[in-house]
Ligand binder design. Structure first.
Ligand code: TRP
Length: 449
């Protein structure tokens, strides 16, 4: 194995693909469809798209500027840009590191399910027509088998650790360059097939014809959480990736391309999953199992269905891997940069402890009944770290970039940002007010879930 190294991204396209690799993952294919399905469809989707534009893109640019200006991990970045002794801002970085660890723990469980499905696709299990009920039986069987879910989550964490050990430009950039475009092509083919299934049109209606009476406070909170989660924002992943970016690169175009790419993939996933669901008469509100139950319905409708099934799960696993890499990288970059650990030790200690935290999540989906506040352990981790903590993090990052560090300094770091004035208004006013407003509303109404 090559010596651990970090260093910078080698090219702009390498960076865009690595950042897009972080953003594109289970958040798009697994989390977006089931969250949209649970929250009534189109109205949720519109709010989500609005949040990507008004909050996601501005916060993404803020994180990239903070990262590159400081050249540091999230904790070190706030220390460098606010060097006053006793500054509280580095705590935002610490919250981010903790959040990354928390997300990694449950994310690797879902990624493990993907490996289970890949294995079954390879053995030809999805080649023949399957009713939603049969598909559901297979799903339940997988997620309630204690050994399989724990082992697969462990395998996935191990894969992540091996890549992160090799450093940023070695593994991440090279893998992302080839595999992300391939994933896009497979998704396009699947979307064409799903959209032409009999009855598939109802899925498009569900995704794009809003009924705002279905929109609850909790749905708005989930849409915000989803926008941040999908773009890998609110915990410093993009600060860390920004710190590996060459000094002279303009950030605006790179950031906006990543956001557009990511959002397009989420919508594309919706255009596969909802038509497929409606064509077999299944329910869109099935929860976290949605994608896994829906997808086998498409493969048997395609020539070379087995091959498409294998390609889909393999590439989904890779997309998940480029995301878990960015989560682990944040925690490792912090331990190396701030605590002076060597990279090797940081990778293995974090991976090992994260595996321990992944176990209750893995078991909570059917193997063992682990419930807190009426939620399974995995759902609770997803809501706490994936929605609440990211929202708080994004709020604080926006305030820091807009007010403490200063919008003018951030803009200078972006190097020739078109419509910079608009960005400044968004980061200083729109983001803090919108995020704080939603969080206060949720706290006051107690409408968490
Ligand atoms: N954005 C990734 C996805 O959609 C998940 C992810 C990777 C993430 N890094 C993150 C989410 C940092 C929040 C913060 O699958």
């Amino acid at each position: 194995m090559s010596a651990p190294s970090t260093g910078k991204f080698g090219s702009r396209i390498g960076f865009i693909l690595a950042a897009a690799g972080s953003a594109i993952g289970l958040g798009n294919i697994w989390r977006f469809p089931y969250t949209a399905g649970e929250n009534g469809g189109a109205a949720f989707v519109l709010v989500y798209l609005g949040f990507v534009a008004l909050i996601g893109i501005p916060v993404l640019l803020a994180e990239l500027s903070i990262g590159r200006a400081s050249g540091k991990n999230p904790v070190g970045a706030f220390e460098t840009l606010d060097p006053k002794r006793g500054s509280k801002w580095p705590w935002v970085g610490s919250l981010g590191v903790l959040t990354g660890f928390g997300i990694l723990s449950f994310y690797s469980v879902i990624a493990g399910w993907t490996l289970s499905y890949l294995w079954r696709a390879l053995s030809g299990e999805f080649a023949s027509a399957m009713s939603p009920e049969q598909s559901d039986v297979i799903f339940k069987q997988i997620i309630s088998s204690p050994v399989e879910v724990v082992v697969m989550a462990g395998v996935f964490l191990l894969l992540t650790a091996v890549v992160v050990r090799g450093g940023v430009s070695g593994g991440i950039e090279r893998a992302a360059k080839v595999l992300m475009p391939m994933f896009f092509v497979v998704l396009l083919v699947l979307a064409v097939r799903a959209l032409t299934l009999p009855g598939g049109g109802a899925g498009v209606t569900f995704l794009f014809e809003p009924d705002f009476s279905k929109l609850s406070g909790a749905a708005v909170m989930s849409a915000l959480g989803q926008a941040l989660f999908s773009l890998s924002l609110g915990m410093g992943a993009m600060i860390t990736y920004g710190s590996y970016l060459q000094k002279q690169e303009p950030l605006g175009l790179a950031g906006v391309s990543v956001a557009l790419f990511d959002t397009a993939i989420a919508v594309l996933a919706g255009l596969i999953i909802f038509p497929a669901l409606f064509s077999v008469g299944a329910e869109p509100s099935a929860g976290p199992g949605l994608v896994f139950v829906a997808m086998p319905a498409i493969f048997d409708q395609l020539p070379m269905g087995t091959a498409f099934g294998v390609a889909f799960y393999a590439l989904l696993a890779v997309a998940a891997l480029t995301s878990t890499i960015s989560l682990l990288e944040v925690v490792v970059a912090y331990l190396v940069g701030e605590r002076g650990w060597n990279r090797e030790k940081a990778v293995w200690v974090v991976t090992g402890t994260c595996f321990l935290l992944a176990i209750p999540s893995a078991l909570s989906q059917g193997a063992v009944d682990i419930q807190l506040f009426g939620q399974s352990f995995l759902d609770l981790m997803n809501i706490l770290f994936g929605n609440v903590s990211l929202s708080l993090g994004a709020l604080l990052i926006a305030v820091f970039a807009g007010w403490r560090w200063g919008a003018d300094k951030a803009l200078a770091e972006m190097k020739g940002m078109p419509m910079g004035g608009l960005w400044a208004v968004a980061i200083r006013y729109v983001c803090p007010l919108a995020i704080a407003g939603i969080m206060i509303y949720i706290l006051v109404t107690g409408n968490f879930f």
